[in-house]
Design a protein around this ligand. Structure first.
Ligand SMILES: Cc1cc2nc3c(=O)[nH]c(=O)nc-3n(C[C@H](O)[C@H](O)[C@H](O)COP(=O)(O)OP(=O)(O)OC[C@H]3O[C@@H](n4cnc5c(N)ncnc54)[C@H](O)[C@@H]3O)c2cc1C
Length: 348
């Protein structure tokens, strides 16, 4: 009897896999241990062969890769066509994608082309009455729902950090299998013109520690902005001083800087830092919220962080209900003291 094929899509850029991709092998192994079957990995794009070779250490029986001209740069149509063809050839029963921007897009498009369904943003898997049941948050994380998918292949996107990356065994090696593109370059309507590096250091979604700032970062009347600024410019200037403090703490802790939507909408910081329902959903080990009230839409993006610390002037701020540790006070006084203490302790 042919065993069930559980496919894992490795999201990568120029030969470097996104860390969330390796976590998928943890989820796939958990599934295989519950229902049987074998894990097969897929990787596409420039330098994907390198990633394909690296993937063997996480235990897949086969790894397929493709990097024809039409697959060199990420574009959803040729990538989906490649994945769908392979899923059909292998009679895949399950396909895992990471909950990254590309993973989400490919999961949805593959489901349409395969006539299947997606279980998105899954945090846990179990078997109930012979069916695979996935757990996922709904209503901005206020409720947890259990879902299953009748169609095959069932498509799952996993929450970043919800599944543990397995211990790799560098001794496990294999030969990746090349699969050519399904769509030719001439068939494609879009071209990638180039890439520019986004500002910022550690990626928000991969960071172990995230320090975020909200509207409160602009609230320091003791700061005198340079002459000639109008009211809005002065507010932004103040916020930038506040975000410097947020960024310093993030940097000493080796983490990334996040923000509330209020801070983004007010022009204090770019959208790429936004955490929440309409921003990034993250699950760091430590989340420090500075001058953030704790609106439900913000909590939707960070409520599953392992340890939450809140710094807020208002003892009634809703964020304190969720926080493990709360500091009632002015972030302008508390952040420099915290940064200094961590710098000494961590000798940075
Ligand atoms: C459809 C929809 C989607 C949304 N998506 C998101 C989302 O993705 N992410 C998100 O964050 N929001 C989102 N929002 C907005 C959300 O409802 C809140 O408006 C927003 O989160 C508030 O941001 P904030 O906590 O920074 O600001 P505020 O609610 O204004 O809170 C500022 C806090 O700072 C404190 N403070 C002020 N000065 C200081 C100081 N000096 N020191 C310490 N504390 C201080 C105050 O006590 C207050 O608690 C969404 C809203 C809608 C309707």
């Amino acid at each position: 009897m042919m065993s069930d094929k559980v496919l894992v899509y490795i999201d990568q850029f120029k030969g470097i896999a996104l860390p969330a991709s390796w976590e998928l092998f943890g989820a796939a192994q958990a599934l295989v241990s519950l229902t049987g079957g074998e894990v097969v990995a897929l990787v596409v794009g420039a330098e994907s062969k390198k990633v394909a070779e690296e993937a063997f250490q996480y235990g897949p029986v086969e790894v397929y890769y493709g990097d024809d001209l039409s697959l060199t740069d990420y574009r959803p149509e040729p990538y989906t066509a490649w994945i769908v063809k392979l899923a059909k050839e292998l009679s895949a029963t399950t396909i895992f994608f990471p909950t990254t921007t590309r993973g989400r897009e490919l999961a949805a498009m593959s489901a349409i082309d395969l006539g299947s369904g997606v279980m998105p943003d899954v945090g846990a898997l179990e078997v109930e009455g012979g069916k695979l049941v996935a757990t996922r948050p709904v209503y901005a994380g206020k409720l947890i729902s259990k879902v299953f998918c009748e169609a095959r292949p069932q498509i799952i996107t996993t929450r970043i950090r919800a599944f543990k990356k397995p211990e790799g065994d560098p001794g496990k090696k294999g030969t990746p299998i090349y699969k050519e593109a399904v769509m030719a370059e001439a068939e494609l309507q879009t071209k990638v013109l180039g890439y520019t590096q986004a500002e910022g250091g550690v990626s928000l979604t991969d960071a172990n520690v995230v320090v975020s700032g909200g509207r409160g970062v602009s609230n320091n009347s003791a700061l005198t902005p340079p002459a000639g600024l109008d009211e809005k410019q002065a507010e932004i200037w103040r916020a930038q001083q506040g975000f410097k403090l947020v960024g310093e703490l993030a940097s000493v802790l080796g983490g990334a800087m996040g923000a509330s939507r209020a801070a983004v909408d007010a022009g204090y910081i770019p959208y790429s830092h936004q955490v929440g329902q309409t921003g990034k959903v993250i699950m760091p080990n430590l989340y420090i919220a500075c001058g953030i009230s704790g609106a439900i839409q913000h909590l939707a993006g960070m409520r599953t962080s392992k340890v939450i610390v809140a710094i807020n002037k208002d003892p009634e701020a809703p964020i304190f209900k969720l926080a493990r540790f709360g500091v009632v006070g002015d972030l302008y006084a508390i952040l420099p003291a915290l940064t200094e203490t961590f710098r000494k302790r961590l000798s940075k």
